[in-house]
Design a protein around this ligand. Sequence first.
Ligand code: TA6
Length: 285
Amino acid sequence: MTETSSIYSISAGNSGSPMLTLTALDGARAEIYLHGGHVTSWVPAGGEERLFLSSSSAFGPNSSIRGGVPVIFPQFSNEGPLPKHGFVRRMDWQFVQAHPAEAGVTAILRLQANDESRRIWPFEFLLELAITLGGAQLELALNAANPGTQPFSFTAALHTYLRVADIHTTALGGLGGLPYLDKTGQATQRVQPEGDLRFTSEVDRIYYAATGPLTVREEKRSLQVTTSGFTDTVVWNPWAALNQAMADLEPEGYRRMVCVEAVTVGQPVILRPAQRWQGIQRLTA
Ligand code: TA6
């Protein structure tokens, strides 16, 4: 299974699952499982790991990886009749190519409609994930196309798990004063007071029509999150009780993660035959 060039290699990752390693000339590095088209590690040039990956995560067929950047399509969460967060995070994507880019290095992964997807969702789709890294930045561009003859509508997300040293001393800037749907308990519409979001209990929020820029501030470092194409932002931390109930989230894992998600859920996208859509999330350390 090993395939190598100076900028990428494909080898056996956890549970023997095929894993692409991308390395830019400046040393920036990412690991991506073909299962789910799932980025699980990102280390900026001269920096340290910026993504959270649960040490209790499953990696096998039909499972979804807990951490990194799950690709959510064609349904965000339980907002529709399909399995929660859709199905592409559980499917094996195809590695198309990796090449040098102005910003460093880009890899392209692809997933298209197949017998299994048609049993769940009877539409023809083509997804491409372009992963570009170099310097202090990771850019993930999710491209969806409709090569079929029927229109379809979808919601989608890059469900990014950021690694933090301690959630108790982490703050998220860029959402102050905005309305959000609080999904902890009974879904309730609320407004965040001005200022940073701090974490003291479970957080599960959809900020509709909110796209940042956002800043994750920690005691010793910060990270900027920008998007284009996506319309909404979701912030999630399960906190202690839910963490305990999740077999694939390592003990106390909630302390070391926060999900800052680029999402399109408020207004589903309608793709007619031959139309394309693109959503991008950029992380800058
Ligand atoms: O995006 C936030 C969310 O929908 C939360 O409600 C929480 O359930 C999380 O995603 C994880 O979902 P998962 O299906 O991966 O356990």
